[in-house]
Design a protein around this ligand. Sequence first.
Ligand code: ADP
Length: 701
Amino acid sequence: MASLRPGATLAHLALYLVAVDLGRLVGSQADGVFFFWPAAGLAALWLMDARSREQVWFSSALLVVGTTVLDVALGVDPLAAVLYGIANLTVGLTVRAFSALTEGTSFWGRLPRRLAKTRDLIDVGIACAVAGAVSAVPGMAAALVNNGSVSGEDLVAWVVRNAASTFIVVTSVLGVLTTVFRAHARNGWAAILTPKLRRYWGLELVTVSVLSIGAAVVMFRNADALPIAYAMIVASIWLGYRFSPVVGGVYTSVFATIAVLYTQVGLGPFGAIEDLTARAITVQVYAFVTSVVVMLLSLGGAERAALYARATASEARATSRAELLDAVMNVMTDGLIVLEGSGEVMMRNPAAEAMMGPRRTTGQDAPDDYGIFHLDGTSIERDDLPHTRALAGELVAAEDILRIDPSTGQQAVLSVGALPLPRPQADGGTMAVVVIHDVTQERTHRRELQAFAGTVAHDLKAPLTGVGSWAEILADQLDELGVNVTAPRSSLRRIETAAARMEQLIADLLAYSQAQSATLSPVSLSLTGMVEQVAREQREVYADVRPVIEHGPLGQVIADRTLLGQLLSNVIGNAVKYVAPGTTPHVLIGSELVGDMLEVRVADDGIGIPRGERGRIFDSFYRASSSGGYPGTGLGLAICARAVERHGGRISAREGLDGRGTTLVFTLPADPRPEPEDQRPGDTTSAEPPPRRVGSATAVR
Ligand code: ADP
């Protein structure tokens, strides 16, 4: 029962029956001519409001029964009364069907009822025209029963009356309701009456209403039948253009009522038309045209106002975003530059200006003009500039460059990264963003530290060698003396072991400092050859445990020989070293091309690294908790990380073979050329063997 919405349905029935009665007031049953038929419009609104299949059926039945009962009570022939009811139902169902069709929803479901755009008005207009025509079938049948005959004129009068009445009622009511809900929700009550809050709009509304309604009354009350109805078009345009569909809807209804009432009694511009049917058709068409003009104009105005409000809001949003962006860019201490595809600077923040000097307008200057150089002071090719590479689509990771201010000669080290902007420009080109960070102080500090570490390590080497040698000499002297003293001999062994450990630490420190700062000389190297060389060394060093080191062809890389040697020697050395005592180390090395990098994996089945520590083992001096009992300084992987990073690669540790042990994964720039068949261990450019991690030999258990 709830789905039938009895309250709403009965309200519709009551309004509809009042409309039937009112309609009968403006016409003559005897002549079969009615000047206005609001019941058709109310039938349409009623059926459009039904929200379910049951409600459509229930409302339809009630509409026909209600019309019949009322008409019969008013003295209409029962059969004709049923047919009139069916005619009104036809109007309602046709408008409902059109509404479902234009909205793309089901005929039986809930329909959105709104009149917000001029397009909606056209849809309603078509629906009403068709409804007027279709309802003529039962309508003419009813007229036949009632009057005994029908003429072509009767048919035209029926169609025009029903179409015009339905249109005026439906558009007025929907226009009013839609605007009331929408405009109020957006801009408060005043917006219900006017799409734009102008000065004195209230005064204007009162003036135009009084003038137009007054003029309508004066004109339609006139008995002289002056043909001046066209003059009202001015009032219609004024109202429609300046006010909302609510005002339009109310005005149309009032105006149509005045026109119909006076015309019916033979007054006004159309009162002189003798033929009642022709007079009715004329006034209906007139009211219809007025309604179309007013509603079209007012809906257009409402649409424009909504559009304007949206445009203003989005403009305000864009402006505030731009201001925020400006503020953020201004306070940033890092430099930010956005470049167009042509290389022209689109925007840059004050920090960028301070670091890179005054704005350039063209991308055609040579890099030297900006005072930009490689760290060693050599010129950078234009194609190698970070922004040029980004504009070519490359994601440029931060790299250090040297800037020498052309006017002051002041030097700065800048870390510059660049990336292509994903948004393609209208001209099809790309844009690039360059981020600059001044690292002068950081780099100076680091250089000083490295120099200090290098010097200290180097200077410690000589005295340490002295300690070792003197310990050896002392042991020999004890032998020569033939004294059998255990305590001094054991102390001597400890001195030798400590000296050896210190020697390894110094060697590692030197290697670390070298990995950080030595100038790179990248060449094409056979990874297979380098790995074979290192594997051979490790088999010698760890001869007692007979390690198994396996690999296939691994490809070519572009790398610095010394750093690559240190990297492989540390990683493979660790894979052999970190195994449970008494087990044979098993190492598997493989590689795969990923983009323009070669990804290398060194997997072992050793003791593994606790998951939580896998990120930290690349820190200098960090030794995992599992490394107790294994010799080492905690510098090997720090050297590896630095070596890999300086080649633009990445390094990480994962699970090892069969879920046990460790896999060290790192990437290096690949040389796409195939490895030569008869490649010699170590490289394709020289036969010099790679260096070894010196201390490793002392790490044998
Ligand atoms: P260390 O001189 O101690 O070997 P590294 O920097 O080479 O220093 O390694 C850091 C730590 O990472 C080591 O102490 C060890 O705990 C762990 N580790 C490195 N490689 C392996 C591996 N293949 N298996 C198990 N643990 C490893």
